[in-house]
Write a protein that binds this ligand. Structure first.
Ligand SMILES: [Zn+2]
Length: 457
């Protein structure tokens, strides 16, 4: 290592000190250029409740379950959405049968609380040849215990349809082990991990069709939930979560979230991503601040566009020889989405990340609403919000972050809704938000504060 004028800093103590003086002086000059301390007295003392007890452990997740699910799906040859819905051996109907059978097995273990629904619908789109065609989504629904939150759903979803190289080819083999047998297996494994538990809100474990034909099943899932009067508290889309082939594995799963369109105020999807990262840990979740991979989409997209909290899990890197490819060998290279490229230990970790996020979110009080920030052109920022009465809520964590910081920190705690004053804190140097905290330690997603006054142009 070299410093100024090429003088090395590793000789005698004296010489080292002398040659490093300019560097020390420079560092001191940088240190002097501080930002104003906000609040002036330093951070408030806040006692944080620990996360809810009873976290799911990796030992509870069974890679063999994931393997069995995907093996059953792959045995159907193709699960193209325009293939047969009635042939029990080949086609997407064969895939549906496997999923329904697995959910029903889990339902037995839930004491009959988990309801399995085969949601049949018809849809017309460019990738159905503009013909009205039948499709089916499968849902396993675990109703929430708390009447005040039972109409709020937290959803995990994978798509069980597949495609070979040609999107309209419904007859060639399209095993779809990774895309999206993996996401379907994760959704079913989440049901297995959570179905015997009790949560305040409702959990929906979904396996949808028609993704490759234009997000048709995901869009249907959203409409189904709306028609049933549910509020979507959070939607986790798992699509291509089965492999981790890059050198240096294991790697973190990627979590994509769109930023929204409101100035100075991130979308509910971004807030969901932050919450999931907090629950599962930075060592497991790699937040990617974009709605999806470049030029590509997934079933979280219709939810995101509807302004709902929705994110996408995807493996650390993708191998495009193994996605959307008819299985074949060319010049010694194997193409096709085959089981042999999957990593079931990686997938088990993704299942755990999903299940634990669902568990904590479904135990949390409802997020606050009507977050507003005022106090512009005054010394103190003021945040106000409202929230329904909830005897299980301990209070609210008031959050802030540097505008360039991707993550929230807790600024203060309020026992009840109303107005919180950040004394001698500028409205302009940070973003602010509030979230609900249960007596059990479960947190809602954060709700960012929107400016009270319209921006002057
Ligand atoms: Zn996919």
């Amino acid at each position: 290592m070299k410093f100024h004028q090429g003088k090395p800093c590793y000789l005698s103590k004296l010489r080292r000190l002398a040659s490093c003086v300019p560097a020390i002086m420079f560092a001191a000059a940088v240190a002097l250029a501080q930002d104003p301390v906000e609040p002036p007295g330093g951070p408030l003392k806040v006692k944080l409740l620990p996360a809810p007890a009873g976290a799911i452990s990796l030992a509870q997740v069974h890679p063999s379950d994931l393997r069995n699910t995907i093996s059953g799906l792959v045995s159907c040859g193709t699960r193209h959405s325009l293939s047969s819905w009635t042939d029990p051996k080949r086609g997407i109907g064969c895939g549906r049968d496997h999923i329904v059978a697995e959910f029903k097995k889990i339902a037995v273990g839930s004491g009959g609380r988990l309801r399995v629904i085969d949601d049949r619908f018809e849809v017309k789109a460019p990738r159905t040849g503009n013909r009205l065609v039948p499709m089916e989504n499968v849902y396993a629904i675990l109703p929430g215990d708390d009447p005040a939150l039972a109409k709020t759903v937290f959803v995990v979803s994978g798509h069980y349809d597949t495609m070979p190289t040609d999107i309209m080819d419904s007859t060639s083999d399209a095993p779809g082990a990774d895309d999206d047998g993996s996401g379907t297996a994760v959704s079913i494994e989440c049901a297995r991990l959570l179905a015997s538990g009790h949560y305040r809100a409702t959990l929906v474990f979904a396996a949808v069709s028609g993704e490759e034909q234009g997000l048709l099943g995901g869009t249907r899932l959203l409409h189904y939930l709306e028609q049933k009067g549910y509020t979507v508290g959070g939607m986790l889309d798992d699509d291509i979560v089965g492999a981790d082939f890059a050198p240096g594995a294991p790697h973190r799963v990627r979590l994509f979230s769109g930023g929204g369109t409101v100035d100075d105020c991130d979308s509910p999807s971004r807030e969901l991503a932050r919450r999931v990262e907090e629950i599962d840990g930075r060592s497991h979740i790699r937040m990617i601040f974009r709605v999806d991979r470049l030029g590509r989409g997934g079933d979280h997209y219709p939810f995101y566009k509807a302004g709902l909290p929705a994110v996408r899990f995807t493996e650390p890197l993708e191998d495009y020889r193994h996605e959307h490819q008819t299985p074949r060998v060319v010049d010694g290279v194997q193409y096709g989405d085959l089981m042999k490229f999957l990593n079931f230990d990686f997938m088990a970790r993704v299942a755990l990340d999903n299940a634990e996020a669902l568990r904590e979110l479904a135990m949390a009080p409802a997020p606050p609403t009507d977050l507003q920030i005022g106090g512009a052109v005054t010394p103190s920022a003021k945040i106000s919000w409202i929230a329904p009465d909830d005897p299980e809520r301990a209070g609210f964590e008031v959050l802030w972050r540097e505008t360039t910081n991707p993550r929230w920190s807790v600024f203060g705690f309020a026992k009840s809704s109303g107005e919180f004053v950040f004394k001698n804190v500028s409205t302009d140097n940070h973003f602010f938000a509030v979230r609900s905290v249960g007596k059990n330690g479960a947190r809602s997603i954060a709700v960012p504060a929107v400016a009270l006054m319209p921006r002057k142009r």
